[in-house]
Design a protein around this ligand. Structure first.
Ligand code: ATP
Ligand code: MG
Length: 251
């Protein structure tokens, strides 16, 4: 479905409002490697979008492009977040404008405690949640506040990576495979937390190999294949469409 068809389904007043997140024809490259090939979508405030697709489809590259990190390089297109032109920004400016990328490898800083990792994330304004509020959401992190972050379990490190985004003033949370490498019981724990974050209307894009888990959380699904969008619709439509799942998600 085209993005314009998707937006035609929302109310007339909303359709004339600028979208909270608007991605317009972005093209991104690793050197001469053309990876993100004209991706466009809109996201409403508070919406959770699952960005799905096979290995190598371009999911991580799309998130990295939105966060304006150096690679892949954005060569064409526009990225708007709450009316700010991220396409004109460097990564640190995009972060200050509210992009919060939680990368797959979590990037917990070694030699720093849990609390120091959180404090460091708060150094640059604008501030988001207080550390106390984060500890209420993640009691496990409160218990471990004096522990070196990298000595925690994978699930705890994922909580810290998400928490680090929340203590900044994040308007669009980008989660790259938050369940990766985690035991099912830990996945459930992270899922519960993400449901709580969903209850707070945090606009989120979640990339997951565990497509079913992502679809259970998400309102909407976008499927990428070879750097292009092949589906944009509701999460329920994907859950109910076996053919689509088979073709693009192999589930
Ligand atoms: N740093 C890089 N330099 C060159 N090519 C890259 C780089 N990173 C990724 N690619 C290529 O870009 C394409 C998309 O990769 P990307 O990591 O975005 O896929 P993905 O959908 O996140 O896959 P996965 O599900 O395996 O994480 C792949 O063909 C990959 O080989
Ligand atoms: Mg990836």
């Amino acid at each position: 479905m085209s993005p314009s068809a998707a937006s035609a389904t929302i109310g007339a007043k909303e359709a004339s409002d600028p979208a909270y997140v608007s991605v317009r024809g972005i093209h991104a490259y690793y050197n001469e490697s053309y990876i993100v090939q004209g991706v466009s979508f809109d996201i409403r405030e508070g919406e959770i979008v699952a960005l799905l697709g096979r290995n190598g489809a371009g999911k991580t590259s799309t998130l990295r492009t939105l966060a304006r990190v150096d690679n892949p390089a954005l060569r064409q297109g526009e990225i708007w977040l709450d009316q700010k032109p991220l396409h004109q920004m460097k990564a640190f400016e995009a972060a200050q404008s509210g992009i919060g990328l939680v990368p797959e490898d979590r990037r917990i800083i070694s030699g720093l405690t849990v609390e120091e990792n959180l404090q460091l994330a708060q150094i640059a304004p604008p501030k988001g949640w207080s550390i106390e509020r984060v500890y209420e959401l993640f009691p496990r992190l409160a218990e471990r506040r004096r522990q070196d972050g990298v000595t925690m379990s994978g699930g705890e490190q994922q909580m810290l990576a998400i928490a680090r985004a929340l203590v900044r003033d994040v308007k669009l949370l980008l989660l790259d495979e938050p369940y990766e490498g985690l035991a099912p019981v830990i996945v459930q724990e992270i899922e519960k937390t993400l449901q709580q974050i969903k209850g707070l209307s945090m606009t989120t894009i979640i990339v997951e190999q565990n497509a079913i888990a992502a679809l259970n959380l998400a309102d909407r699904a976008i499927i990428l294949d070879m750097g292009q969008i092949v589906f944009d619709g509701t999460a329920t439509e994907v859950l109910e469409n076996a053919e689509l799942r088979q073709e693009y998600l192999a589930i």
